[in-house]
Design a protein around this ligand. Structure first.
Ligand code: DGT
Ligand code: CA
Ligand code: CA
Ligand code: ZN
Length: 576
């Protein structure tokens, strides 16, 4: 039996934290499980493999002591954990979904459960609509309205999965399926292949002579909780982690057509069908047909060519501009991970990171990068020990020393300076002037009006020492809505002043999103793909950012950090 993936282990740890939280357990205990979930979730090496080699390996991970190491090892080996089973039996199914409603902490969720008997999101919606929530002590009309609004986000979050998590699952399914004899081709389609920031379900296509054997093998994948449906060529399962996976066995001569069809998007396919019709052709998941005759279908290239089109990268298939581009021969060559030369948003143990500056630098170098900017928080973020001018200058001295030791790599002296609630930056200009790279961002006053937030940001961009505006909308996918901001005005200002905008690559942020990336490109604003890594494994996020940039149609030239540092520096503050 295959071992659990990191994503599955992280989900189990997160669930323990949720239940403990809900039960009002000691916050430190809850925090320990959440931190462990984050550590495991961000790791690139398989925890199950680590455990198999030597359980002691786990003790070297940040925030994982003896007790947690044992629990993680049990999970990784057996796929379950007595503590989790025990906790699950103590709360009704569905009640934990309540915690996914933004602004609904464990205490309030527990009150709703205790006082109103609410056990899932639908019942909570009913309770809000019937105004029963506002009658509870400590809730009120405003809270009820906020919960109702948050419910939409929460419902989404229970149904869709972050791309990064879906990717871990998809890769372990592929690995499992590779052991099955007689599979000639195999590929995931759907939103996963298009690189959407969240994935509703996974769609796997195979070409094999013996569909029965393939489906039997598929059913033995360790993560399968339930077989939902099974026919001659199609099978659907639900995984324990909550994701559905559809598997289809298709004829070899139709593989390209099926791949095209099931990759979607639906909107892209509708346009494609229309174009086929104009040419007197028909296109479906079996091929392109002229009357009864199949004229294409084996490969995607063939399918697109039969319709007079070049092959279109899956990330662009959203019925936006891809057809217009294809027709005028200007489909962009999309940026690739290997184009990226440096990471310009990285934290260290000087604030809330878990690795030292030198460790982060060496890890980035090992990944093939040639520079990073250390951008720890400024003092306003007091919770994590944000840096004042003195500490920042001390940090820069340390960076000078490390730079002398490192060959073929450069650590830039940076800072993530907070844009203050009432406007202005958290550090004086004369300090910012000494930095190589200044990232400005908003952590406080996120509930202000659109005018106010936009004004704060435009002012920050006016500062001559600010290089880049980070995670521009502040959203957390499925968890926190973007703050009110006039992104168009921000993009225009950035274009005018030669400032850059960040595409924060963290899988829960991906901020800017694909549409905003395209808008930045249109205005000639350079996008910086940066990880905001708080740990060595956090550097992995670069590839999620690249995928989002590709969805926005960005080429190598549109992404600032595909350049060497000296080249990039020359473009900073260059007015259009
Ligand atoms: P998801 O799973 O919600 O993240 O999004 P998709 O895009 O993976 O959607 P899914 O799994 O329902 O279907 C996979 C692809 O199959 C979809 O992108 C396009 C194609 N498809 C499914 N249903 C239809 C349909 O009714 N019409 C057309 N033209 N294509 C469809
Ligand atoms: Ca899908
Ligand atoms: Ca599907
Ligand atoms: Zn940061």
């Amino acid at each position: 039996m295959a071992a659990l993936t990191n994503a599955e282990i992280a989900a189990a740890l997160e669930e323990i934290a949720d239940i403990l939280d809900f039960q009002g357990a000691n916050p430190f205990r809850v925090r320990a499980y959440r931190n462990a979930a984050r550590t495991v979730g961000e790791m690139t090496e398989s925890v199950a493999d680590l455990v198999e080699k030597d359980q002691g390996n786990l003790l070297g991970l940040p925030g994982i002591g003896k007790d947690l190491a044992e629990k993680i090892a049990t999970l990784a080996r057996s796929g379950s954990l007595p503590l989790l089973e025990e906790l699950r039996s103590q709360v009704p199914e569905g009640v934990l979904d309540l915690l996914k409603v933004p602004g609904l902490g464990p205490k309030r969720a527990a009150t709703l459960y205790r006082e109103l008997g609410v056990t899932d999101l639908e019942e909570l919606r009913q309770a809000c609509l019937e105004h029963r929530v506002r009658q509870l002590k400590g809730f009120g009309e405003k809270t009820e309205a906020a919960i109702l609004e948050g419910l939409d986000l929460a419902t989404q979050a229970t149904q869709r999965m972050y791309w990064a998590v879906a990717d871990q699952i998809a890769q372990s399914i592929l690995q499992h399926m590779e052991a099955c004899k007689g599979i000639r081709s195999m590929q995931f389609a759907g939103s996963y292949r298009r690189g959407k920031e969240t994935v509703g379900d996974l769609d796997l296509l195979v070409v094999a002579d013996d569909a029965t054997r393939v489906m039997d093998h598929f059913g033995r994948f360790s993560g399968v909780e339930k077989v939902l449906a099974r026919g001659d060529t199609k099978m659907s399962v639900r995984l324990q982690i909550g994701l559905q996976v559809d598997l289809r066995n298709v004829p070899e001569e139709s593989f390209g057509a099926a791949l095209q069809y099931f990759t979607g998007s639906k909107e892209h396919n509708i346009v494609l069908r229309g174009r086929a019709k104009e040419r007197g052709l028909k296109v479906n998941e079996y091929g392109v047909f002229a009357g009864e005759k199949r004229i294409a279908g084996r490969t995607e290239e063939e399918v697109y060519a039969a319709l007079g089109l070049p092959w279109i990268p899956p990330e662009l298939r959203e019925a936006r501009e891809e057809f217009a581009w294809a027709d005028s021969g200007i489909l962009p060559t999309l940026v690739e991970l290997s184009d990226i030369r440096g990471d310009l948003h990285v934290h260290s143990t000087w604030t809330d990171g878990t690795a030292s500056i030198e460790e982060m630098a060496r890890a980035a170098k090992a990944r093939g990068l040639s520079y990073i900017a250390i951008t720890d928080h400024s003092k306003r973020v007091s919770m994590v020990g944000g840096l004042d001018a003195d500490r920042l200058r001390q940090q820069w001295q340390e960076i000078d020393q490390i730079n002398r030791r490192l060959k073929g790599f450069r650590i830039l002296k940076g800072v993530e300076v907070d844009i203050l609630e009432e406007g202005g930056l958290d550090l004086p200009d004369e300090v910012l002037a000494e930095a190589d790279w200044v990232v400005a961002s908003i952590h406080y006053g996120q509930n202000q009006s659109r005018e106010k937030i936009t004004r704060r940001v435009l002012e920050a961009l006016e500062n001559p020492y600010v290089s880049c505006f980070a995670h521009p909308t502040g959203r957390l996918i499925g968890k926190r809505k973007p703050y009110q901001i006039d992104l168009d005005a921000v993009i225009r200002k950035a274009a005018e002043l030669g400032k850059m905008l960040e595409l924060n690559a963290h899988p829960q942020r991906l901020d800017l999103d694909d549409v905003a990336c395209a808008a930045a490109k249109k205005h000639g604003v350079l996008v910086v793909i940066a990880t905001d890594a708080h740990s060595i494994d956090g550097l992995e996020a670069l590839r999620f950012g690249v995928l989002q940039a590709r969805r926005g149609g960005l080429s190598k030239a549109d992404v600032a950090n595909t350049r060497s540092w000296p080249e990039l520096k020359q473009l900073l503050n260059r007015r259009s």
